[in-house]
Write a protein that binds this ligand. Structure first.
Ligand code: SAM
Length: 195
């Protein structure tokens, strides 16, 4: 019951930015750190001509995600650690939504490096996370402290852009926006063919 309530709450917080930006996206999409898979399901539903893989380090969440999505033909789930992704030029798009603040700041670059490797040349990274600059971030801190027993590590948008650039991404769009209670930063960038 509990994971379902949490999944439903998160579902309400997810916005439509990606679907407004990329209509009818085709190709292979990795939803990294997919949790219970609510965003992966939306990706598979909205991008019917894409093949979506949801991956998360948490085995239990992946089991729930598989149950919730068993009749969706263009969606699969698997247990995988973002630190040892091991994909080479397989995906046209990687989504990293609300994952990075669960990872120590010093290790953010290594995750972006693995994503860079997982993307095909010119592949897209769609990134969203909590924005440091808005006081409403404290809602998320409270949420993570109470529900996950962790203290989140936020990063400001300029630092995110800097490390993505150093990892060989070309910035296409970046902005800050608020959905419901949470302030977010977004970056949409593209893997350059040469670093
Ligand atoms: C706040 S949840 C976001 C879930 C999902 N992206 C969404 O928006 O509904 C963060 C997720 O990141 C996952 N995560 C944290 N560290 C990870 C890692 N090293 N590799 C893969 N997933 C990871 C957690 O297990 C958790 O499910």
């Amino acid at each position: 019951m509990y994971p379902r309530v949490r999944a439903q709450l998160r579902e309400k917080l997810q916005d439509k930015t990606i679907f407004n930006l990329f209509r009818q996206f085709r190709g292979d999409i990795l939803d990294l750190g997919c949790g219970y898979g609510t965003f992966s399901i939306k990706l598979a539903y909205n991008f019917k001509n894409a093949r979506v893989i949801g991956a998360d380090i948490n085995q239990e969440k992946i089991q729930w995600a598989k149950v919730a999505s068993k009749n969706i033909p263009n969606l699969e789930f698997e247990v995988r650690d973002a630190f040892s992704l091991g994909y080479k030029e397989l995906f046209d798009m990687v989504c990293l939504v609300d994952v990075l603040h669960h990872v120590p700041r010093k290790q953010h670059r290594s995750i972006f490096s693995n994503i860079h490797e997982a993307l095909k040349p010119n592949g897209i990274l769609f990134y969203r996370d909590i924005d440091t600059s808005h006081f409403l971030r404290h809602w998320n801190t409270l949420h993570d402290a109470l529900l996950n027993w962790t203290i989140p590590q936020y990063q400001d948008l300029q630092s995110t852009i800097l490390i993505l650039t150093l990892e060989g991404f070309l910035m296409l769009k970046s902005f800050e926006a608020r959905t419901f209670l949470y302030p977010y930063q977004y970056v949409i960038c593209q893997k350059k063919t040469e670093k």
